[in-house]
Write a protein that binds this ligand. Sequence first.
Ligand code: HEM
Length: 123
Amino acid sequence: MAGSRIYHFDEVAKHNDAEDCWLIVSGKVPNLAFRDHAVGFNMAKCTLHGSFFSMLQVYDVSSYMAEHPGGRDVLLSATGKDATVDFENVGHSSSGRELMDNYCIGTIDSSTLPKDGEGVKAQ
Ligand code: HEM
């Protein structure tokens, strides 16, 4: 089942090696997504309650590294940043997207994201 914890970006960025790899990818709630200049791009608004929430999900793919058809290196290079564009550029299939749910552990607190919008690589 998908996790529901809210993580700080810095904490997620620390998980950046082959045995312990977390990714940040958005888009789990595309129908609710809209761009709001006040709160930033990676936020969505609940159409029922009007509240804002983060669309950026956190995935712990440590156990998936060896199985990933694209290999482990691409996953490693997608750590420590918002990897949504990298993920989307590949054109993952719908079954690939469904798989993601198995690894979802929560969402990002958007206020903790680096301000440049692209993210920074962790050391
Ligand atoms: C939880 C996250 C991810 C899951 C579950 C996942 C799953 C998959 C699956 C199932 C495929 C086979 C093709 C398909 O069905 O779409 C695939 C291919 C691929 N993935 Fe991912 N992926 C994830 C994240 C990423 C990220 C962040 C990248 C970064 C660029 C990436 C790069 C690739 C590449 C390059 C391939 C192409 C393989 C090829 O056709 O040669 N994936 N992935």
